[in-house]
Design a protein. Structure first.
Length: 173
């Protein structure tokens, strides 16, 4: 069932508003065998693409999930990609745009014809205490930017030296 068919049934009086709302919330969810429930409607509801946590998935499952999400929604965020999964994710670069932060294990894959949503006007500050936090901060950055927000980063602000921390907070303000 498509979103359009739900709306047509509502317009034709075949279902009421409450039923249409319930169906729309469920519309974007697809069970992919026993391995995943994909939420395509999240983007429509929240402006966020599907995020696939790769870390505990085998290579074939990961590839199947990514292929299906890209067919339906046009983009996907893949987080915590293990070294042995990198080639699976990067294999999509033949037909898709694949973005990666050099300092993290997160990727964004988009169909070449995908148009990113307009900027939301949101601004998110990302602050790390030390350099070991940077990979996680970069994962956050890519996801937040994919949601249409601007990021302001201050990495290695330090917690042992109060002046460094205060300077970092000033940068974010």
């Amino acid at each position: 069932m498509s979103l359009r068919s739900i709306l047509m049934r509502l317009m034709n009086g075949e279902i009421d508003l409450d039923t249409a709302e319930k169906e729309i919330h469920l519309w974007g969810i697809e069970r992919l065998g026993e391995v995943a429930k994909l939420d395509y409607g999240r983007e429509m509801r929240k402006g966020l693409p599907e995020v696939v946590l790769a870390e505990w998935k085998d290579r074939e499952t990961l590839k199947t999930i990514l292929k299906r999400v890209l067919e339906r929604s046009g983009r996907v965020v893949v987080s915590r990609v293990r070294d042995d999964q990198v080639d699976v994710v990067e294999s999509f670069s033949k037909d898709h745009v694949v973005l990666k932060s050099p300092r993290s294990r997160v990727y964004v894959i988009r169909r070449k014809d995908f148009t990113p949503p307009e900027k939301t006007g949101g601004k998110v500050g990302i602050l790390t205490a030390g350099t070991s936090d940077i990979p996680l901060a970069e994962e956050v950055r890519l996801i937040v930017e994919e949601a249409g927000c601007e990021t302001v980063r201050e990495y290695d602000a330090g917690i042992a030296n109060l002046k460094r921390s205060i300077d970092a907070v000033k940068t974010l303000m």
